[in-house]
Write a protein that binds this ligand. Structure first.
Ligand SMILES: NC(=O)c1ccc[n+]([C@@H]2O[C@H](COP(=O)([O-])OP(=O)(O)OC[C@H]3O[C@@H](n4cnc5c(N)ncnc54)[C@H](O)[C@@H]3O)[C@@H](O)[C@H]2O)c1
Length: 285
């Protein structure tokens, strides 16, 4: 069972593959969009311990040569220091402009690896293999990449679109419930800003999404990706309509900053509180 969502932009287009067990076939699925047979996989320690071997086996099967970079998990890795280390490792691997960077992980890995791909050798091809619900429905799509600065969240970065997104719901089996809920908040956001029927659907199927029903997860992710793809296609560089995707984020980012980007508040949790704050503000003005 596989679904596809196409992201059509003025500058490029790509496919989001959504299904169960896709990681085993990653090499074969991604081969058509690779510029050469050489890839570098960037992941974090937790995700690498769970899924790197699976990905490597599929790259082997497709006859691809790969190197890996594994960094510490957590928001703290979206830093200039970590970016420098990743860039150093990429260059140590003697990459060329046809080497594809594959981000295997949540939003932190996608944002950091995507930004490293955007600036190494003035731009490398890039693929997203998201492993959190938040990354499956949001951060892996749309090309926003970057790191945090002491000035604030995501203050250094660039737009760098992936060549493909491989959204395998099987990886959600190991994701803690708290992180599932954090990603679910982004689904609720799409339904609120773009699809009232999806809001009703989530009211009926939300528990199944969180309980790990593959079929329901695929459908929820498909509809979420359609919402994001439509908004990003209309406004790739956030000159207008795309800002809708930031609903609740001004409050959310402030909350993340005062909790020092720590596990006290996950990104999706901060944003969910942000929606509430935002709606209260609107109802009072
Ligand atoms: N680029 C964008 O458009 C965009 C959009 C939304 C959010 N973001 C960014 O995404 C980041 C948050 O991403 P996140 O919520 O995915 O957090 P994350 O990447 O930190 O992942 C959360 C934790 O779950 C672990 N993990 C990941 N996949 C797992 C799995 N399958 N099983 C078990 N553990 C797993 C990770 O190791 C990490 O410890 C924030 O930095 C936010 O700014 C970016």
């Amino acid at each position: 069972m596989s679904e596809f969502v196409h992201v059509d932009l003025k500058t490029c287009n790509y496919t989001i593959h959504i299904g169960s067990g896709l990681l085993h076939k990653a090499g074969e699925l991604l081969l058509p969009v690779l510029a050469s047979r050489r890839v570098v996989v960037i992941s974090d320690e937790i995700v690498a311990s769970l899924y790197l071997t699976q990905l490597q086996n599929s790259l082997d099967l497709a006859g691809l040569s790969y190197s890996t970079i594994v960094i510490p998990p957590g928001e703290g890795s979206k830093s200039l220091e970590q970016l420098t280390l990743v860039l150093d490792q990429l260059l140590n691997y003697k990459i060329d402009r046809n080497t594809t960077v594959i981000a295997l992980g949540g939003g932190v890995i996608g944002d950091l690896a995507g930004f490293a791909a955007a600036i190494a050798l003035r731009g490398l091809p890039f693929i997203q293999v998201p492993t959190t619900l938040l990354a499956l429905v949001d951060s892996s799509i749309g090309g926003k990449t970057g790191i945090n600065s002491w000035h604030g969240k995501n203050m250094i970065g660039s737009f760098h679109q992936p060549r493909a997104v491989l959204a395998d719901v099987s990886v959600l089996d190991t994701l803690p419930l708290r992180h599932l809920r954090s990603g679910y908040a982004e689904m609720v956001k799409y339904s609120a800003i773009a699809n009232p029927a999806f809001f009703s659907w989530l009211e009926q199927h939300g528990t199944a999404v969180l309980n790990g029903d593959d079929k329901v997860q695929v459908e929820a992710i498909r509809v979420s990706c359609l919402c994001k793809a439509a908004i990003v296609s209309a406004d790739e560089y956030e000159l207008g309509q795309r800002a809708l995707l930031n609903l609740g984020h001004t409050f959310g980012h402030a909350l993340e900053a005062v909790t020092e980007f720590s596990d006290v508040l996950l990104h999706g949790e901060a944003v969910a509180i942000g929606y509430g704050a935002c709606l209260r503000l609107i109802s009072k003005t």
